[in-house]
Design a protein around this ligand. Structure first.
Ligand SMILES: *[C@@H]1O[C@H](CO)[C@@H](O)[C@H](O)[C@H]1NC(C)=O
Ligand SMILES: *[C@@H]1O[C@H](CO)[C@@H](O)[C@H](O)[C@H]1NC(C)=O
Ligand SMILES: *[C@@H]1O[C@H](CO)[C@@H](O)[C@H](O)[C@H]1NC(C)=O
Ligand SMILES: *[C@@H]1O[C@H](CO)[C@@H](O)[C@H](O)[C@H]1NC(C)=O
Ligand SMILES: *[C@@H]1O[C@H](CO)[C@@H](O)[C@H](O)[C@H]1NC(C)=O
Length: 504
């Protein structure tokens, strides 16, 4: 649709005389509100949630390097908006700082000794609401991302973490007998290479500069200080821990007999609005819950921890619910890559397939930020279901004593009309404007619009798996045979249960 046609449509919409829309008039400014035709509404817990459409797109090129000289990849594994950074500028645009976290480095040919880290990106958001299609190049000015710095992660005594597969274990408490911060049995690559193996997936920032990182190996959650040093390790209930022949084994290369499936750890991590409850979502079902087969792995678990004083009282599990993940027509689980707190008992969950740019199949059929309500769900924390090998869903059939959370389809990332507005597409051909395969992160910021106090920008970014023809890991060049940019999308949503000052 042309600008003029939009102007005509808006005039008609507001009942104005068509004479006003003289063809001699300069093109009207871009609309400052989403076109009403984009709106998709869904109901959850008696309230109407609205997806008002895609508002911005940005990218970091696949060959970009960070301040350590390593390829700046995989950064969509987790994103978070730095507390207090988001603001509206005088011209009606927005600025802020995104903290983005890659996972364990370029690992197509095996795991690498990549130190976990986060990057600081300043951004300028210029929401675009018109029905006109932007070119791919023009679209990139709607979300401009400017790299600032990198913070590396360390465990005890300033030892760098590693991305290498956790083939060995370090016994609990070793060297750190302090009662609160003592570590449980830890994932390490080899007994003679005692570096903590971290495959970072989730990130939740505290107001005081400390932050929580969730990982796939444990699956553990690490509380880090503002300098990136480990303060405390949070271990989930025994049912989650990977056991091989009865012993803890954190490897990501084979599935354990019970516990989390390899590489299906805590993909999702989010804090409530008070910063005292931390939620962690497992990517798909535990092995004993049907997780080692993607046609039976749809019942995953969400945990809540009390983190009100994590260095004084060890964080305890205070809630645990079953999340029924969506399934494809062939009953394959759309695994969950992220969770984000909306309001008490209400969350956004990012579930998807793995098709798109970076995958051999270009045609994605599901990438969504959906709604989850747990208020009516059974809280199973502290029950027999937390015991080793205890199953909530034998062969993927949910135990009849359990009511799962309510899961509602919501924001579709692969809507063709919305993608086209930003020069993007789904399916063939496999080129730079194909939507990335692996979206793994969610962050919310208020639109600061007095007319729509419950409107929020939903930021999401893709994990590009460090795929570039011009890559570097620890000074060693690599060629992944494909250039896959780190793509970012921003949607505008109405979240009736969320209050603007109530989100972090
Ligand atoms: C990335 O590739 C582009 C296109 O080939 C090139 O212009 C740019 O200089 C490269 N950037 C880096 C950081 O190597
Ligand atoms: C917002 O940013 C865009 C893109 O940089 C710019 O063209 C525009 O003038 C800015 N202000 C408004 C009100 O859109
Ligand atoms: C864990 O399992 C892997 C794969 O079977 C094996 O190579 C490794 O030695 C095991 N580690 C421990 C600590 O048993
Ligand atoms: C776990 O429980 C199932 C069902 O009771 C049983 O078949 C399986 O052998 C158990 N696995 C282990 C490792 O104990
Ligand atoms: C990528 O494919 C789209 C859809 O066919 C096309 O419009 C676009 O021009 C192509 N872009 C490049 C860079 O080849």
């Amino acid at each position: 649709m042309t600008r003029f046609a939009v102007a005509l449509q808006l005039c008609t919409l507001y009942g104005l005389s068509l004479v006003l829309a003289s063809p001699l008039k300069k093109p009207t400014a871009d609309p400052t509100e989403p076109d009403p035709s984009f709106a998709v509404s869904v109901q959850l817990a008696g309230q109407t949630f609205v997806n008002k459409g895609l508002a911005a797109f940005g990218l970091i090129p696949s060959n970009f390097t960070d301040s350590t000289g390593n390829t700046f990849g995989g950064v969509g594994s987790a994103i978070a908006i730095k507390p207090g950074s988001f603001a509206k500028t005088a011209d009606g645009n927005f600025t802020g700082t995104l903290i983005v976290q890659p996972d364990r480095g370029f690992n197509v040919d095996g795991t690498v000794d990549y130190q976990a880290r986060q990057h600081v990106l300043d951004f300028k958001l210029a929401p675009y609401y018109s029905t006109d299609d932007l070119s791919f190049t023009a679209a990139q000015s709607t979300l401009q991302l400017n790299y600032q710095s990198t913070l590396l992660y360390f465990e005890r005594e300033y030892t760098a973490t590693t991305g290498l597969d956790a083939l060995a274990v370090r016994p609990a408490d070793s060297g750190f007998p302090d009662v609160i911060s003592a570590d449980p049995t830890m994932p390490i690559p080899a007994t003679d290479f005692s570096h903590l193996s971290v495959d970072a997936e989730g990130l939740a920032l505290n107001q005081d500069g400390t932050f929580f990182v969730s990982d796939e190996y444990g699956p553990y959650i690490y509380l880090m200080d503002a300098s990136g040093n480990l303060l405390e390790t949070i271990q989930p209930p025994a049912a989650f821990l990977p056991l091989i022949n009865g012993a803890l084994n954190f490897t990501g290369s084979v599935n354990p007999d019970t516990g989390r499936v390899a590489n299906q750890g805590f993909e999702g991590l989010t804090l409530d609005s008070t910063g005292t409850t931390l939620y962690a979502l497992l990517q798909s079902a535990l092995v004993q819950d049907g997780g080692d087969d993607d046609t039976t792995s749809s019942f995953t678990r969400l945990l809540a921890f009390d983190v009100s004083a994590p260095l004084v009282t060890r964080p305890e599990v205070i809630g645990e619910w079953v999340v029924p993940l969506p399934q494809s027509k062939k009953s394959k689980t759309r695994a969950a890559s992220e969770v984000h707190f909306v309001s008490e008992g209400v969350f956004l969950v990012l579930s998807r397939d793995g098709n798109g740019h970076g995958d051999s199949n270009d045609d994605s059929s599901y990438k969504q930020a959906d709604l989850l309500a747990i208020s009516g769900a059974t809280d199973i924390h502290g029950t027999e279901f937390d015991q080793p090998n205890a199953s909530i869903a034998v062969n993927g059939k949910l135990d009849s004593s359990i009511t799962p959370g309510e899961y509602v389809s919501f924001v579709d990332f692969i809507d063709d009309t919305q993608l086209a507005r930003f020069g993007l597409h789904n399916g063939d051909p496999d080129n730079q404007t194909l939507i990335d395969a692996k979206w793994e992160s969610l962050a919310l910021a208020p639109c600061l619009d007095p007319d729509f106090p419950n409107d929020f920008f939903l930021f999401t970014a893709a994990d590009n798996d460090f795929l570039t023809e011009d890559g570097f890991v620890n000074g060693v060049p690599y060629n992944a045979g494909i250039n896959n940019d780190n793509q970012f999308l921003v949607f505008r949503l109405t979240l009736p249960t969320a209050a603007a000052n109530d989100l972090r």
